[in-house]
Every structure is written in structure tokens, then in C-alpha cells.
Design a protein around this ligand. Structure first.
Ligand code: NAD
Length: 383
């Protein structure tokens, strides 16, 4: 495969994860790191031997030899940065949520299509081997007709009123917090695994901390946990710490999920349970190599990830032998590999979530915000 050149925009949690993920491919060179603060861009670039550190995205995009960019910045920066990259003719891999509104996301879908550029929304969690196993089992008919999808995405890192991050500031984050940040991953996974679309939903959101204490200095994701109590400003909070969503799916299926950033002890607990007429599956991101399989008339099983025991269609996502855990970082590698393969081969099918999938999540988030506001069920059809 021809060598490709890319740039990483954002030097925080995701910037580093993306940089490492790209490096694992072996066919893509990271030409530049771009961040808001020069020291941050330089620190990440020098830690990984990246030749260029920038604070100006336009200067990065002006490099004609650059094929693609990864956008790993706060949500409100996604659309303007992705539009700039598309305008410069670069393929774009953007973190989720794709934008802060469905209108922004729809404009990105159109812009990438018009320019014929590859585009990806980083719903990487689909690519845990056991999530692909659930999907392959459903496709093979092992679950029968889907009746119910349920689950939760719970974290604890915003439990205290002294916990702060740009996600709490709607200017940087957009109008939805927990739903946009983690609910978008849950819904993407539920629709991917079941092959069904959420058609209607009813949401109830809660902001437990109506006021939070904002540290006077800037901090990056999860770093707030280690701050000593000190210099804070009190800020009114309008975005949700928690949400409960009931939904209808496909023609007859039903489901529900909760999202929470205030659940003590839950570090990154995405759980999903799918119940069908022939069997069930349940998976929890905190134990990613285990899949519970439930049966009515036979013993239940726990399938421990082992490519030789997996459905053939799920096997390409499991690259290590049984007993060797494949986790969060590996899901990025899987997305990136397929993204760059599709750039190298213009005829390749894009086997990854695209901007259209990011738009889908923005539609669901806006439907949930509307439902909460109006205290009514909201149709997601035609959005
Ligand atoms: N796919 C996943 O599993 C996953 C996980 C975490 C975060 N995310 C997404 O990744 C994005 C980044 O989140 P994070 O947790 O890495 O945040 P972070 O706070 O750790 O990092 C954000 C980075 O953006 C940079 N930045 C901010 N404004 C900028 C600007 N104008 N120009 C250039 N750089 C700028 C900051 O310097 C910082 O390095 C978010 O959209 C988030 O939703 C995705």
C-alpha cells in the first residue's frame, strides 16, 4: 500500500490515542500535530518524533502532500475544522459527536460527498471483537427476531461539583453532554448490533449539579480528578449529568438505556443486552473479552474471546489469540486501518462509520433533547 500522510488536531486524550493508533498501522506517517497551545503541540510531537508542531490548522492544511486529518478537539470545533479540511481537499476522520447540531452534521455529510472525500465519525466502540461477535450472531439468525435492546453507559468522573472539563461548557461542547458524549456511542452500537433503527424515543434528563466549581486554569480530560481544592469560579450548569431514554426500534422491538457521568465506581461501563426470540447476548466494556450468551432451553455460556471460537464474520476484528485481551486502543486501530485502506484504494467499500452515522447520532440527540423539553415521545423518522 502507498504510504499516506496525516495530521492530528488536538493533543489531549484523543490526540494521543489517535497518534498511537495511526503509528500502529505502519503505512501512514504523522506529519504534524496541531493544538491550541504551542507547548502542548510540541510536547506530543516530540514524545512521538512527529516532525511538525503547529497551532494554526490552516498552516497544516496548506501542506499539499497531506492526505488526511484526525480531528480530536472539543465538539464545537469539529464542524469548522472538518469543513476547513474538506475545503483543503483532505480526507477527514473526526471524533464523535460529529458536530453540535444535526444541521452542522448534515452540512459536513454534503461537503464530503461533493468533494468525493473519505469521511469517518469515530464510533470506534463498535469494533471490539465481542461487539462484532454479537452482530455476526444476529446476522446468522442465532438471536432470532430482536425483541428488546437495553443497557447503560455509566462513568463517575463528573460526580463531584469540583469536577470540570470543557464538556461542561456548552460553548465548547454543545447543548447535550452525557447523551452526546457517551449516549451517542451506545445508540451507535445498539443500531449496529441489531441492524434496527430507533424510530421513536422518550427522554428524561437530569442535571444534578446545577452549579459547578470551575478551576481557573485549563485542564484536559480526566485530569480534574487530581486537582487539589483551590481556586474555583462557580458556574451555572445547563447540560445533563444523567439521562434515561426509552425507545421503539424497527417495527416491533422496544428498548431503553441510561447515560450517567455521576455513577461512583463506574469508570467506563458501557453495557448492552440484546434479547431475541431465539437467544440473548450481553456485553460490558469493562470486561471486553467476555460475551454472555443466554438461552431458554440450554445452558447459558460465557464466550471468552478467541478467534478460533468466533463467528467467521467477526474474526477479522480479533487479531490476538484467546487469552490475550483486545481492548479500547485496538478499536481505534481497526477503524483507522479501514479508513486509510479506503483512501489508498478509491474502489474500496468504506467499512467504518461515516459522517452519515455521525449525523444519525446528532438526530437522535436532538430528538432526545426535544422529548425532554416537551415531556413527550418524539419520532426520529424523517430526521
Ligand atoms: N471515541 C472515543 O472513544 C472518545 C473518547 C474520548 C473523547 N472523544 C472525543 O474526542 C474529542 C476530544 O476529547 P478529549 O477527551 O481528547 O479532550 P481533551 O480535553 O483531552 O483534548 C482536547 C484537545 O483539543 C485541543 N484544542 C482545543 N481547541 C483547539 C483549537 N482551537 N485548535 C487546536 N486544538 C484545540 C486542546 O489543546 C486539547 O489538546 C471530543 O470530541 C470527544 O467527544 C472520543
Amino acid at each position: 500500500m502507498a504510504r499516506l500522510k496525516t495530521a492530528i488536531v488536538g493533543s489531549g486524550f484523543m490526540g494521543r490515542v489517535h497518534l498511537e493508533g495511526v503509528r500502529r498501522l505502519g503505512t501512514v506517517d504523522v506529519a504534524a500535530v496541531c493544538a491550541r497551545r504551542r507547548e502542548a503541540a510540541e510536547a506530543l510531537a516530540s514524545a512521538f518524533g512527529v516532525p511538525r508542531a503547529e497551532t494554526d490548522l490552516a498552516a497544516v492544511l496548506a501542506d499539499p502532500s497531506l492526505d488526511a486529518v484526525h480531528i480530536c478537539t472539543p465538539n464545537a470545533r469539529h464542524a469548522p475544522m472538518a469543513q476547513a479540511a474538506i475545503g483543503a481537499g483532505k480526507h477527514v476522520l473526526c471524533e464523535k459527536p460529529l458536530a453540535v447540531s444535526a444541521a452542522e452534521a448534515a452540512a459536513l455529510v454534503r461537503a464530503a460527498e461533493e468533494r468525493g472525500l473519505r469521511n469517518c465519525t469515530c464510533h470506534n466502540l463498535r469494533y471490539y471483537p465481542m461487539v462484532q461477535q454479537m452482530r455476526a450472531m444476529r446476522e446468522a439468525g442465532e438471536l432470532g427476531e430482536i425483541l428488546v435492546a437495553q443497557g447503560a453507559y455509566s462513568q463517575d468522573w463528573l460526580l463531584y461539583d469540583t469536577d470540570w472539563n470543557w464538556r461542561i461548557d456548552p460553548e465548547e461542547n454543545g447543548p447535550s453532554r452525557a447523551l452526546a458524549d457517551i449516549g451517542s456511542h451506545w445508540c451507535d452500537m445498539a443500531e449496529h448490533v441489531t441492524g434496527l433503527r430507533i424510530t421513536e424515543l422518550a427522554a428524561d434528563l437530569q442535571t444534578f449539579h446545577r452549579k459547578r466549581k470551575r478551576p481557573k486554569g485549563s485542564i484536559e480530560t480526566f485530569a480534574g480528578k487530581t486537582l487539589a481544592p483551590g481556586d474555583y469560579t462557580e458556574v451555572e450548569i445547563g447540560t445533563e449529568d444523567f439521562g434515561a431514554v426509552m425507545f421503539r426500534m424497527g417495527s416491533d422491538a422496544r428498548g431503553s438505556f441510561t447515560v450517567s457521568q455521576v455513577s461512583a465506581g463506574c469508570k467506563n461501563r458501557l453495557s448492552i443486552e440484546i434479547y431475541g426470540t431465539r437467544g440473548s447476548v450481553a456485553w460490558n466494556q469493562e470486561r471486553p473479552d467476555q460475551l454472555w450468551i443466554g438461552r431458554r432451553d440450554a445452558n447459558n455460556e460465557v464466550l471468552v474471546k478467541d478467534p478460533s471460537l468466533m463467528n467467521a464474520n467477526a474474526r477479522p476484528w480479533a487479531e490476538l489469540p484467546g487469552g490475550h485481551v483486545e481492548g479500547y486502543n485496538d478499536t481505534f486501530k481497526q477503524v483507522f486501518r479501514r479508513f486509510y485502506r479506503s483512501i489508498a484504494d478509491p474502489d474500496a467499500e468504506p467499512e467504518y462509520p461515516r459522517f452519515a452515522d455521525g449525523l444519525r447520532q446528532m438526530d437522535l440527540i436532538e430528538a432526545a433533547l426535544e422529548s425532554h423539553r416537551t415531556r413527550a415521545w418524539v419520532s426520529t423518522a424523517g430526521r
